[in-house]
Design a protein around this ligand. Structure first.
Ligand SMILES: *Cc1c(COP(=O)(O)O)cnc(C)c1O
Length: 848
């Protein structure tokens, strides 16, 4: 063993283009084609070689090339324009400032195990990370006072290589963070900020790195520092790598280390957003902080809950992160006494009776005021999953809502498409991209021009695909003939269908392969052939996922599929962009309802690429019959086999009867007019709605702002409201068994004329609670076989207290035309509850 230091000799930026340095370290460049050109124009080959990493680019480029650029007037003009755009971007008044001027200094913290911001920063595995990255970009665009917190993985996720036999090989390159767009956070004295975190029997030290994404910062924690032993230095090695011990350690570093890091930097968030269960230990650290300040634990729990939002992404119980009681003991027992909790009560914070384990999702759910799924369908599936904790409460009123995911349109839009939009949409289309009217003008784009632009992107995509396969074969040292042959793969004239995503089995990459003969007929049709492009990584521990890759690889080696079905390696943000921008159809075949949202199809749509998808995740909300294609039906199936069979059949029928004929119905100029019209319908309806701009506004308006306000309210006067709310909850839980509806007077009306009121009276005993502590209400709504739906509620008025201590309530309801179910119920009422069923108690009227 020997020690060494490193030193880098780097070119110096000429004064005239000095600010390229700033640009390289602000991920704003990642959604600005003009800014990216400032690098690629200096040396295009190098820019591709460094995978669009501007920091590495500036370390690698030659001094002469920099000088040449600085002497080129045309280059300088573009440089000035881009820098002015950046300055404007950073200083212009934002949506948030206009809407919530008084809240500008109230920080919203967003914790996530993954962030997918750019291909030069591989701290993501798939949709969850991409969503986090796009969320930050829109938070920046909208001017939210926002910080992200994540981990910096020394080996990233992994680099995927497909070997000669079609098996995935996972490579773990060492990332040099000094060559990435992040900088170490320093203390006022210039030393590096280091955060200690307790793990069993030792402390682990974390270095904090900062990434600038437009106006917002993401802080990344890194355990690879000299003060840690070698095993601990590897804790932040791989995203989702290692065993359960690694996982719990990573989650402690993220959740607990993240809070400590923010505090050290003087950042005190007023709202906390937990993206998926991994960071949920942040709740424990926040509790510990308050208890140490002398706040009573129960009060602290109310205060922590008051301003916390949890977004869940996992539609199956098996997908949730769980730890055994023994592990929790080992990692947290030192905290039990600090929190004034016994072991049972601590475990109870995340305990799942059903699974007999500590469940991160439940921990987050129990200590958050707000919880949401990521599409309407996923919201419902999540309510079903957790309804067991809300006995007696109608499914639709279980306090878990949904915010449908979106994408950062500008990040995913091809520059060629942007130019087209510049010509035909109103000038502020970028800033107004979540307004429907912006996209109405798509109808003005000449069909021919839209088609030509799309085809240019398709050509580029095919070049990228061929280069990818050539690279695979070179790497595998295959014969020259095999490498040359790639030039004939894929035909730009042929209908091209893309399928790229994580190779998790539920995504059913092999759905098409269920009927090989039919697939063979499709690809070898002499007049109307189809070609397919597949790509995606599979988690290294997911053997079935790797078998899927192998299965598809084998197919690509056989006639007649060779050159018509291809498998690309190392699907990442860069490759995704190319594919999504250049295929004709983006295929999505998850086993409904397992795709919580999915977002890649939204990226395709903004580029005019048509979606062909199972009605899962976001697609049922977007599909309107004329803006793409739907596989199968919007319903559940009795078993997987019949679901797979039906969906496969439906997909083939859709291809043969609708998609292929529509694509090949071309006029004499070769333009498929009806197809391009469908592209337009897709452009008009999808980008305005399924963007992170709309999504982040929704998070802001529905959750962040009220979380911030609740935070002030709950903490005021030494947490008075939090303490009162806790006392109220105790009281209600104790006395609820005495609450009953003892009589209802509803007459026996079956029909009312419009304008006539429905009159009701109820007698209620409150078991020692007072009328101000409950809501006695008429609940009414539509009726179907499952009971009432679209349930609304109207408070009844307390008329008098009866001699026996019970209360008489009355209501007169104006109902619009229609047929309704109605009943009376009592539930807890307190003005500081975030949701009517935050306390899962309700008493319904007996039969009346
Ligand atoms: C958008 C994206 C994803 C997520 O797409 P899904 O539709 O959820 O599969 C995964 N990986 C990359 C590289 C992406 O860009």
């Amino acid at each position: 063993m020997y020690f060494y230091r490193t030193v880098s000799v780097v070119p110096q930026l000429p004064e005239k283009i000095r600010r390229l340095q700033q640009l390289a370290y602000n991920l704003w460049f990642s959604w600005q084609p003009q800014a990216q050109q400032l690098f690629s124009r200096i040396n295009h080959t190098l820019w591709e070689q460094v995978k669009h990493n501007p920091v590495l680019f500036l370390l690698s480029v030659s001094q002469e090339e920099l000088e040449r650029a600085a002497g080129n007037d045309d280059y300088l003009a573009q440089y000035e324009r881009v820098m002015k755009d950046l300055d404007n971007y950073l200083s212009n008044e934002t949506w948030f400032e206009c809407q919530y001027h008084e809240l500008q200094d109230r920080v919203i913290a967003y914790f996530s195990a993954e962030f997918g911001v750019h291909e030069s920063h591989p701290t993501y595995s798939g949709g969850l990370g991409l969503l986090a990255g796009d969320h930050c970009k829109s938070a920046s665009d909208l001017g939210l006072p926002f910080v992200g917190v994540g981990l910096l993985y020394k080996n990233g996720y992994f680099t995927q290589h497909i070997n000669r036999d079609g098996w995935q090989e996972a490579l773990y390159p060492f990332l040099n963070f000094y060559q990435m767009p992040v900088v170490p956070v320093t203390n006022p004295d210039g030393s590096e900020l280091i955060i200690p975190v307790d793990l069993p029997g030792r402390q682990v030290y974390l270095k904090v790195w900062r990434m600038q994404v437009g106006r917002v910062q993401i802080y990344f924690l890194d355990a690879d520092v000299p003060g840690n032993n070698p095993e601990d230095r590897a804790l932040t090695g791989q995203l989702y790598g290692g065993d359960r011990e690694t996982r719990i350690s990573q989650e402690i570093l993220l959740g607990i280390g993240g809070v400590k890091a923010l505090r050290q930097m003087g950042i005190h968030p007023c709202a906390w957003h937990i993206n998926e269960g991994h960071p949920a230990f942040l709740l424990i650290e926040r509790l510990r902080e308050m208890v140490r300040e002398g706040v009573e634990l129960n009060t602290a729990m109310e205060a922590v809950r008051a301003n916390t939002l949890f977004t869940t992404h996992t539609p199956v119980p098996a997908g949730h992160d769980v730890f055994s009681a023994e592990m929790i003991d080992r990692y947290f027992s030192y905290l039990y006494s600090q929190l004034h909790l016994d072991r049972e009560s601590f475990l109870h914070l995340g305990w799942d009776e059903a699974g007999g384990q500590f469940n991160m999702t439940l921990l987050a759910l129990r200590l958050s005021s707000y919880c949401n799924g990521v599409s309407r369908l996923h919201g419902r599936v999540t309510r079903e999953m957790f309804q067991r904790f809300y006995p007696g409460i109608p499914l639709e009123e279980v306090p878990i809502s949904s915010v449908t995911n979106g994408v950062h349109n500008q990040t995913w839009l091809a520059p060629e498409m942007q130019q087209l939009f510049d010509r035909y949409l109103a000038s502020g289309w970028r800033e107004n991209s979540c307004i429907m009217e912006t996209w109405v003008r798509v109808s003005d784009i000449p069909v021919q021009e839209l088609w030509e632009t799309h085809n240019k992107l398709k050509e580029k995509m095919i070049q990228t695909a061929r280069a990818n396969i050539r690279e695979q074969r070179l790497h595998n040292q295959e014969p020259a003939q095999r490498i040359r042959e790639v030039e004939n793969y894929l035909d730009p004239e042929v209908l091209t269908i893309g399928f790229a995503r994580r190779f998790a089995t539920y995504k059913r990459a092999n759905l098409l392969l269920r009927d090989r003969e039919r697939l063979a007929r499709l690809v070898s049709d002499p007049v109307q052939p189809v070609q397919f492009i597949f790509a995606g990584k599979s988690h290294p521990a997911d053997r079935p996922g790797q078998e899927l890759i192998k299965q598809i690889f084998d197919l690509t080696q056989q006639e007649p599929f060779k050159g018509r079905i291809v498998l690309l390696e190392n699907y990442d943000i860069g490759l995704a962009r190319r594919l999504l921008q250049g295929v004709d159809v983006w295929l999505n075949t998850p086993r409904r309802p397992l795709e919580a949202s999915g977002t890649s199809g939204q990226k395709a749509a903004v580029n005019g690429v048509l979606n062909c998808s199972v009605l899962d995740g976001w697609w049922p909300e977007a599909y309107n019959g004329e803006n793409g294609f739907a596989i199968g039906e919007n319903r559940a199936y009795p078993d997987e086999e019949s679901q797979d069979r039906d969906d496969c059949y439906s997909l083939y029928a859709l291809l043969e009867e609708t998609i292929i004929p529509l694509y090949y119905d071309q006029d004499e100029a070769g333009v498929p007019r009806a197809w391009v019209e469908t592209m337009k319908r897709s452009l008009e309806t999808i980008p305005p709605v399924f963007s992170t701009e709309r999504m982040v506004k929704e998070y802001c308006e529905r959750f962040y702002v009220s979380a911030i306000r609740r935070n002030s309210h709950f903490t005021r006067n030494n947490y008075a409201v939090a303490a009162q709310l806790h006392a109220y909850k105790q009281q209600v839980l104790e006395k609820w068994p005495g609450v009953a509806i003892t009589g209802i007077k509803a007459g026996d009306v079956k029909t009312l004329n419009i304008g006539e009121q429905l009159k009701l009276e109820a007698n209620v005993t409150l078991g020692g609670l007072t009328p101000t502590e409950v809501s006695v209400e008429v609940a009414y709504g539509g009726v179907d076989e499952g009971g009432m739906y679209n349930i609304r509620h109207n408070a009844m008025t307390m008329i008098e207290q009866l001699p026996d201590g019970s209360y008489r309530y009355a209501a007169a309801l104006d109902l619009p035309q229609g047929t309704y179910g109605y009943t009376v119920r009592v539930r807890p009422y307190h003005p500081d509850l975030a949701h009517i069923f935050e306390i899962p108690l309700v008493t319904w009227a007996p039969n009346f």
